[in-house]
Design a protein around this ligand. Structure first.
Ligand code: ADP
Ligand code: MG
Length: 456
């Protein structure tokens, strides 16, 4: 074993010693970006509490370096120790919210993640912190209206849109506003998964009546991500009765989903129609200007200086997920400040974007999409890729083109090339046609929902 105590002098704390080991194993750029900004916060028994700039760091470190960290611990005399990453939650400075305690993440090196108890509503998810643009103004206006006119304006309010586009934020903004304007009413926010789990355990422990009483006595029921109801028959059944009870007594129901009710696979007809009784509002992915506006708003609410060229660079490189936008901004700012810079510059932003975009969750490739479509239509991939325009093949090919546009980052040109050199306008046409069919033909929309399910 090499002698580490020599360097130990500069790092008398335990985490510093671990870092010295990691430094010899991790590429220098990665070390500077991800490990240098960490600090020992507390050394309590066999637990090292290591402070990291934000949640993204904790996740990144846990996914990339947990085994290296585990291996390094005994080398510096920390046998049997655990490392726990902690970070401060992104808190609002513009509101007089109470100071936020550092969140203890569930990301630990030696323990599997255990979901912690979370406060029901995130205090940062307010209307004030929501940037309104053409992509979400309709949903925003509807949400505001519901928060002023509970149970009467739009019931239910159904908000749908892609991942990380602000559905949960908007829903909880209604809850937060009501919590202060109408302290008399009972608001329940649940993810569909939590609702389902509670139901399952109620059934198991023969507490179904209590479960029913609980949910049927609220004034506002917010159910997040109802696309998870797909195929959950018992949950759908229960929700149907809860819905009716609440609706009949004029209570407000708010739902979100990553897709409109019509395209949630295997959703009972009677629930679907109920979801469509009130108002359906969608949120579209933000365009470039909106992304820049959101970055500026986030930065200014935190008192961070954000040069416009850096905002633009981040906005261009982060596709359309606002959560990711936020994560990159926080990471870039943290990295700059750890290096003693007053504000992030392009060089730092580029470096972070490089590491982060490489980690991007695997999107399906055009090959994978084509394979799934071919299998569904009982065709060969080669047939879909061939030049023939027989209807039996042309239609599935259009579906594959459409799905590739939806799910991957492939360009029109790239897709055209893949399908034996079709013109990019052919791809554009296919995308429009299938999008229209999805809206007008329920069989097509169900099919697309199923194919997407397989590809996620
Ligand atoms: P979804 O529920 O649609 O997956 P979230 O509501 O969780 O997305 O939003 C992801 C992150 O992006 C949250 O931190 C949220 O505050 C932020 N966000 C989303 N839309 C906006 C917006 N229009 N303005 C400001 N922040 C936003
Ligand atoms: Mg959400």
């Amino acid at each position: 074993m090499e002698n580490l105590s020599r360097q130990g002098a500069a790092h008398e704390d335990a985490w510093g010693r671990v870092l010295e080991v990691l430094k010899t194993q991790v590429a220098p750029g990665n070390f500077e970006t991800w490990l240098r900004p960490t600090r020992l916060q507390r050394h309590d028994g066999a637990v090292l509490e290591v402070r990291v700039p934000n949640e993204m760091f904790a996740e990144w470190l846990d996914s990339r370096y947990s085994s290296a960290i585990r291996a390094a611990l005994p080398r510096v005399g920390l046998d049997g120790h655990r490392v726990r990453f902690v970070y401060e939650t992104f808190s609002a400075t513009t509101e007089s919210a109470p100071p936020v305690e550092p969140t203890r993440t569930t990301v630990t090196v030696s323990n599997p993640a255990v979901p912690g108890r979370r406060p029901p509503l995130n205090p940062r998810y307010t209307f004030n912190h929501f940037v309104v643009s053409s992509c979400n103004h309709f949903a925003h206006a509807a949400a505001l209206r519901v928060s002023d006119d509970v149970g009467t304006a739009y019931n239910p309010l159904f908000i749908h849109g892609g991942v990380g586009l602000g559905k949960t934020h908007l829903m909880q903004a209604i809850g937060n506003k009501l919590a202060s304007s109408r302290p008399d009413i009972v608001i329940t926010y649940k993810t569909t998964e939590a609702f389902m789990n509670e139901l399952i355990s109620a059934i198991r422990f023969e507490k179904t009546p209590q479960f029913r009483d609980l949910y049927r006595s609220v004034d506002v029921l917010m159910l997040d991500d109802v696309q998870f109801l797909a195929q959950k028959n018992a949950t759908q059944e229960e929700l149907f009765h809860t819905f009716n009870a609440l609706y009949d007594s004029g209570k407000q129901i708010i739902l979100t989903s990553d897709r409109p009710p019509r395209t949630i696979p295997a959703l009972e007809e009677r629930l679907r129609t109920r979801f469509e009784w009130g108002l359906i509002a969608d949120i579209q992915p933000p365009d470039l200007e909106t992304k820049v506006a959101i970055l500026n708003k986030m930065a200014s609410s935190k008192g961070w200086m954000l040069p416009s060229e850096v905002a633009l660079l981040i906005a261009t490189h982060v596709n359309s997920n606002i959560r990711e936008l936020e994560g990159v901004l926080t990471t870039v700012t943290a990295a700059a400040s750890m290096r003693g810079q007053h504000h992030p510059d392009l060089a730092i932003a580029r470096e972070i974007l490089r590491t982060v975009t490489r980690q991007e969750e695997a999107r399906p490739t055009i090959e994978a999409i084509t394979r799934v479509v071919a299998r569904h239509f009982e065709l060969k991939v080669a047939e879909l890729k061939s030049k023939t325009n027989k209807r039996r093949i042309a239609f599935p090919r259009q579906i594959a083109m459409y799905l590739t546009r939806q799910l991957s980052t492939e360009s029109y040109q790239g897709i055209g090339d893949f399908f034996s050199g079709k013109h990019h306008t052919t791809v554009l046409h296919a995308e429009r046609k299938i999008a229209e069919l999805r809206d007008s033909d329920s069989a097509v929309s169900r099919l697309l929902g199923e194919l997407e399910e397989q590809l996620r």
